[in-house]
Design a protein around this ligand. Structure first.
Ligand code: PAF
Length: 282
């Protein structure tokens, strides 16, 4: 596995692979890789001849006062995880490589980005769509892999690919959880010992919601009320949102008739964590 820092080097390597008739998968990440990322890389390397992992903390998807500066970074640890999982190349650019001084073109989606995390984090998806488009143009993969933990991000990227006729297959991969159920996230490292214990309420609430869906409950209000009750019983938890939305449009739904996503963002202390389940997977 090699680590490169420039767009030119990625393009040269990918061209070499293409000339040899090889397929290419891309796993876009912001680094500080964990088993969730490793499972994306493994899925990519089992379906493609070569896998590129991008490690880039994208400044334009962070809002003022968010954790851009403190976002954990450790490229050595990332390269070990990526290599073990089957990556062939890590693309780890500096912000200046991705955004020239006169950078002024953005990919801005309406609709899907105006719900859930888009409401709490204005401009976030503009930053995500822009960097993902750039990564798609740099690597030109056959397939790109995203985790279902960022369910809205996955829906937004699928929609962007459709809107802009991008010839890349977007593959959504299952959430990977800690033993006690907490969804793996680079941001879990922000939690104190006490907060880490409290954070289990997210998955407890997710499991309760899933059980209701499995038992045939279709009323989103009933499901969300039960889930909310579980979170509110934890003094360190503060709900940002908890909603049932249509899986394609991300519009709120009162009754589960089509595939839906039950999504939440919850503060545990100062750390904002997200989790969800797809009703189809319940
Ligand atoms: O999910 C992430 O880690 C980021 O939003 C992504 C897709 C790598 C874009 O910066």
């Amino acid at each position: 596995m090699i680590i490169v820092k420039t767009i030119k080097e990625v393009r040269e390597k990918v061209k070499e692979w293409r000339d040899a008739g090889l397929s290419v998968g891309l796993v876009p990440t912001m680094g500080y890789l964990h088993e969730g990322h490793a499972s994306l890389i493994k899925t990519s390397s089992s379906a493609n001849d070569r896998t590129v992992v991008s490690v880039f903390v994208n400044p334009i998807q962070f809002g003022p006062g968010e954790d851009l500066e403190s976002y954990p970074r450790d490229i050595e640890h990332d390269s070990e995880i990526a290599q073990t999982a089957g990556a062939d190349l890590i693309f780890n650019p500096e912000p200046e490589e991705m955004y020239l001084d006169n950078f002024s073109t953005f990919v801005d989606m309406t609709g899907l980005t105006e719900e859930l995390c888009g409401l709490s984090r204005p401009g976030h998806f503009r930053g995500v769509c822009t960097v993902v488009t750039k990564l798609f143009n740099i690597v030109k993969p056959d397939r790109a892999y995203f985790g279902k933990k960022d369910a809205q991000q996955l829906a937004v990227i699928r929609h962007m690919v459709q809107d802009l006729n991008v010839d890349i297959e977007v593959v959504g991969c299952p959430i990977v959880r800690e033993e006690d159920g907490l969804a793996k996230s680079s941001r879990n490292t922000y939690l104190s010992h006490e907060e880490r214990k409290a954070a289990v309420v997210l998955s407890k609430s997710i499991n309760a919601g899933k059980e209701l869906v499995k038992s045939g409950e279709k009323d989103a209000g009933i499901i969300l009320a039960k889930m909310q009750e579980i979170i509110e019983a934890e003094p360190l938890a503060k709900i940002d949102y908890i909603k049932m939305v249509d899986a394609d449009t991300i519009k709120q739904t009162k009754t589960i008739e089509a595939p839906a996503i039950c999504a939440m963002a919850v503060y545990i202390g100062k750390t904002r964590l997200i989790d969800n389940f797809f009703t189809e997977d319940a």
